[in-house]
Each structure stands twice: as structure tokens, then as C-alpha cells.
Design a binder for this molecule. Sequence first.
Ligand SMILES: Cc1ncc(COP(=O)(O)O)c(C=O)c1O
Length: 424
Amino acid sequence: MRWTRQACVALDADDVLGELRGLFILPEGRIYLDGNSLGPLPAAVPGVLQRVATQEWGEDLISSWNTHEWLQLPQRVGDKIARLVGAGPGELIVTDSTSINLAKVVSAALSLARDRSPHRTEIVSERTNFPSDLYVAEGVVHMAGASLRLVHLDPAGGISAAVSDVVSDDTAVVLLTQVDYRTGRMLDLAEVTAAVHRSGALMVWDLAHSAGAVPVDLHAADADFAVGCGYKYLNGGPGAPSFVWMHPRWAAAARQPLQGWLGHEQPFAFDAGYRPAPGILGFQAGTPPILSLAALECGVDTVLAAEPFGGVAALRAKSTALTSMFIDLVDERCPILRTVSPRSAAERGSQVALTGDVDAYALVQALVDRGVTGDFRAPEVARFGFAPLYIRFVDVWDAVDRLAEVIDSEAWREPRFAQRAPVT
Ligand SMILES: Cc1ncc(COP(=O)(O)O)c(C=O)c1O
């Protein structure tokens, strides 16, 4: 399909999700294709933070734990996120970072699997998984006397066969990220989970690049544990806390190792011994970050605001239209670039990764200089996220227009664009 800017403007005019863009404060003139890394500022956040800081914290002080139900905020926001990922009320909680929650769930899953089958001592993950997932798994196996095996899932013969090829009778837990942070490749949650269960292992999902962008149904997939990020498509702000979910079948038996007072059955009994709070409440450890939770709630509300317009399914339909258009336009106008992400929309998350005979880092910087924000993931990928809540079709057109200009003019070769900043 050959797109025109005019056709993009017309698509935006017909877009039922279009009005949701108004829920954000977006800098004038910037096309923000990095909401897969840090979602933009929801317009409600400054007012809510002002209220929580000046009234709840400033005026009501410590009584706010009771009067403003601060202690229940992790569950309240958790119940909202649960609606986006096919979890039930009371099954999902917001707490800590994704990395910390990974440590809890990987460790809990490993213990549960070993309780059933003591010979199962291996965690399997993909070599290309997000490094924090691998580092955490490495740490857990070190403490637990288990092992970590990193594999490549070869999609050629279908994903179930790929999973069956890499698991063994020793596998206790499989830890995978549904949407690959670098390539955007998306795994079928139900199919992979079923293949893992057939092997006798437990399934832990990292939904960092899924929640708020692609339909997720944890119950339909029959997953065992899941974690995900608050600051990406959930728009919770820099360092927003993460979420953690456990299937209710494990609620009675699961134990996580970071046993802090707020995961205790009765924190204010101040007992010397630990008794876990029931279910997912026992996956809390310390005091919840109230300001961050208040901001995250606004962010989650921006995604829930799509519910009257078809919810996550409608967001997904727009997201695949945006990413498909981007790929078409890059093919047409930037032939030296190659799309690393799957070409089949069904196998792609809400982002597109490009590479080619260019310095991808410098390419991204030259684009940032021209008002288009993406990011770079080593060793060679320029990554662009298309959050359907606020990205328009015309943004896709304009972004590729500037990309083509940067390539045709070789502007990316300017030495200033090659200067690496600490965050890429
Ligand atoms: C797939 C994935 N998992 C885990 C993390 C780590 O999250 P956190 O910084 O909250 O620990 C990230 C961060 O970008 C990620 O992309």
C-alpha cells in the first residue's frame, strides 16, 4: 500500500481513539516514539501529585495511611492493571521494580516446582531476554543451588515445537518476556504456556512490553506468574513501581524470599517471626511509594480510558496499523534500513526495530535533533514505539519523512550524533 500524508490525516480524523491523546501533556512539535520505554506525562498527574503532596502528606501527615487508604493503594492500582492483563481482582499487586519482582516470582516458582519434583533444578530462559531478567535468574540459581540454561527459541517449526526442543525433565521454570525488548517479537502467551506445562515446568512471564499495549489474558493462558513495568505503556512515570501476579492455584503454597514487614499477615502485630499475608499480598516487602503509586494510577487510568472505545483490543488494532504503516513507509523511503521486527503484525508488539548500514545510535540522535524521539539498543538497533493512545498516523508519516531526510542527507554522520550518552 502506498501511503500519502493526506491519507494519514484522514485516518486520524476517523480514529475513535484520537481524543485520548488529550489525556497527555505532549511537547509541542515532538513526535514521541519512545513510550515503550518511558510513557509521557498524563495530564492528570501534576494535579494529583499536588493534592497528594500538599493535602494528604502535607496536611494529614501520617494519618493518611488510614484516612486516605495509602496502604491499600498497591491493591487498588493492582486491581486496575488486572483488568488489562486478564487477572482477577485481588490477584495482582503493585510493588517494587520489575527486577525485584522477578526475583520474587522466579524464586517462588522454582521452590514450587522443586516441591513437586525435586529433580527439577533448572531455569530456562532466552539468551536474548532482557538482561535484568537474566541477571536476576543468575542470582536466584546461585542462592538456590539450581542452574540457568539460556536457549534460542527457533520459530521455524512453530513456537510449541521450539519450546519443547529447549525444555527437559530437569526444567523447573521457564522465564520469558512476551514482547522482546529489542526486536518487538511477540510470543503467544497461551501456546507457550501450554508447551511449558506439558513439559512439567512452571511458566513465568515478563509483560514489561505487553501491559497496556497488547491484549493479555493471564487466566486464559493459564500462566503461573507474571510481572510487568509501570513506566512504559502504563504511563506511570520514571521509576514507577511494577506489578506482580500469581495464579490463585499457587496462593496457598507460594513463598517468596524477600520477606519484609508489609508482606506479613499482620504487619502491625510486630511479631518476631514471619507469617506471609495471603496470596499476592505476601509479595509486598516494604513501604509502598505513595507519590509514585498516585502517578501510576493516573497512567493506568489513561489506558482504561480506552474501555468505552473497545479497550485493549481497539488499542491493539490501532497499534498494528501504526507499526505496519511505519514498516511500509520505511521500506519505500529508506531502502538502506532493514526491519528487524517480525513483518507479520500478529507476531509483533507495539514497536519496530530497524538496523542497516548506518550507525543506529547516531541515526537516532539525528532524529531526536529533528523532533522525533526513538531510542537505541546495543549493538545495532534503532527502536521506535507506537503507543496507540497518543500516536497519530500523521506522526508515522512525519517520522519516516524525517528519517528519510536524515539518511538521504547523511546527517547522521555528523560527529556530534556519535557522542554516546549514558542512557541510549
Ligand atoms: C523486558 C524488561 N524486563 C525488565 C525490565 C526492568 O525493569 P525495572 O527497571 O523496573 O527493574 C525492563 C526495563 O526496561 C524490561 O524492558
